[in-house]
Design a binder for this molecule. Structure first.
Ligand SMILES: [Zn+2]
Length: 335
C-alpha cells in the first residue's frame, strides 16, 4: 500500500473522530472504503426514474433536471461500459455496433472557466484519484494503474500533443464527486480537477442507478452552459465545451491484474474509461459466431474503446484508438 494512501486513511480517521457523537457510535472504526457510506440522489434510482430512450440519456436528463438544474454546467453524455451478458445474446449475430470516434464535447485549451485545481495551466488535462476508493476489491491498489493508463494515452496515441497531469488530492479537499454523497466528507463546491477518478464504488450504487448487474464502469461528461440560455457553449468547431468528467468503477466485480475467466482486467477497463475522459467514444462491431454449436464473441476492429468487455484484454491502444485520439487531440492546443 502506498504511503500516501496510508496517510490519507490516517487523515480520515482523524476527521471522523471529530464528527458528532451519534455518527461515531454508529461507525466506531473507520478502516477502509467499505465504511465510507456512498449515497446517490434518489431521483437517479432506476425503479423511480421516468422517461424513455437510451438509459444513458435518461440518466443525463435526470441529473440535469435535479442536481445540475442551476449550475453553469450540465451533463452532456454518459458512457456506460458493460460486461457481455451471455444470456442476452442468444441467437443474435450482430450484438453491438458503435462507431463514435469522438464525443460531442471537447476540452478547450486556455478555457479560464476550467481552472479547477488552480494551477493556471489550461493547456493540460488534470486528473485526480480519490484515494480512499482506489482499492479494487479491497486488494488491488488501482492508483498506479490509473497513472500508467493515462501515460499510455499520453505517449502511445501517436499524437503527443497534450500533457495529462496528475493533480494532488487529499481528504481536506472534500468529496470530489458532484453526483454522489460520501459520508463524512463535505462535497467540494466545484470540481477539483478536469477528471475526477472517483474509484471503485459499491455494486449497490450501480444496481440502483443502472438497474443492471453488468455495468463495469461509467464516465459522466459535463459541459459548460450559457448562463442566459442554459444551452451548452460551443467555442471550437461546433463541439460543446467540456467542463469536467467523473469516472466510477463497480467494485462488485472480481477484478484482476490481467484477463482471466470470471474476472475483469483492471487495466483494460481503466484504459477504456480514461479514453472517454479524453473525448473518445465507443468504436467497433461485436458479432457472435457459432461453429458446431460453440459460440464465440468477436470484436472488429479490436480497440480498447470497444463498447463491451468480452473477457479479452484491451490494455493496449488499437489502430482506431490511436487514430481517434489524433482526431481529438492532433491540433491541440491550437483548436
Ligand atoms: Zn465505454
Amino acid at each position: 500500500m502506498k504511503k500516501s494512501l496510508l496517510l490519507a486513511m490516517a487523515g480520515l480517521l482523524v476527521f471522523w473522530s471529530c464528527g458528532d457523537q451519534d455518527l461515531k457510535e454508529e461507525m466506531p472504526a473507520l478502516k477502509n472504503q467499505d465504511e465510507l457510506k456512498v449515497t446517490f440522489p434518489e431521483a437517479l434510482n432506476s425503479s423511480k426514474r421516468s422517461g424513455s430512450g437510451r438509459l444513458e440519456n435518461q440518466i443525463a436528463a435526470t441529473l440535469n433536471a435535479s442536481l445540475f438544474a442551476s449550475t453553469p454546467y450540465k451533463v452532456s453524455d454518459v458512457h456506460v461500459c458493460t460486461l457481455a451478458d451471455a444470456n442476452a445474446i442468444v441467437n443474435v449475430e450482430t450484438v453491438d455496433k458503435q462507431f463514435e470516434s469522438t464525443l460531442p464535447s471537447r476540452w478547450v485549451p486556455g478555457d479560464t472557466r476550467r481552472n479547477w485545481n488552480g494551477d493556471n495551466d489550461l493547456k493540460d488535462i488534470d486528473w485526480l484519484s480519490f484515494t480512499p476508493f482506489a482499492i479494487a476489491n479491497g486488494t488491488y491498489n488501482a492508483d498506479p494503474i490509473y497513472q500508467a493508463m493515462y501515460n499510455k494515452w499520453e505517449t502511445g496515441g501517436f499524437c503527443k500533443t497534450v500533457n495529462i497531469d496528475r493533480s494532488p488530492y487529499d481528504l481536506t479537499m472534500g468529496n470530489p464527486s458532484l453526483i454522489l454523497g460520501i459520508g463524512g466528507l463535505p462535497p467540494a463546491a466545484e470540481p477539483l480537477a478536469d477528471v475526477s477518478v472517483i474509484g471503485f464504488l459499491p455494486a449497490s450504487i450501480f444496481n440502483s442507478i443502472f438497474g443492471s448487474p453488468n455495468v463495469l464502469g461509467v464516465a459522466f461528461s459535463f459541459v459548460f452552459t450559457d448562463p442566459v440560455t442554459g444551452e451548452p457553449t460551443k467555442t471550437t468547431r461546433g463541439k460543446e465545451d467540456k467542463a469536467f468528467t467523473e469516472v466510477w468503477f463497480n467494485n462488485g466485480f472480481t477484478w484482476s491484474n490481467g484477463a482471466a475467466p470470471g474476472k475483469i482486467d483492471l487495466e483494460s477497463v481503466i484504459l477504456h474509461e480514461f479514453g472517454h475522459t479524453l473525448n473518445l467514444g465507443h468504436f467497433g462491431i461485436l458479432q457472435r459466431f457459432t461453429i458446431n454449436g460453440t459460440s464465440k464473441l468477436v470484436y472488429q476492429p479490436v480497440n480498447t474503446m470497444n463498447a463491451i468487455y468480452i473477457g479479452e484484454p484491451r490494455n493496449f491502444l488499437g489502430p482506431n484508438d490511436k487514430g481517434n485520439f489524433c482526431e481529438a487531440w492532433g491540433s491541440w492546443p491550437w483548436n
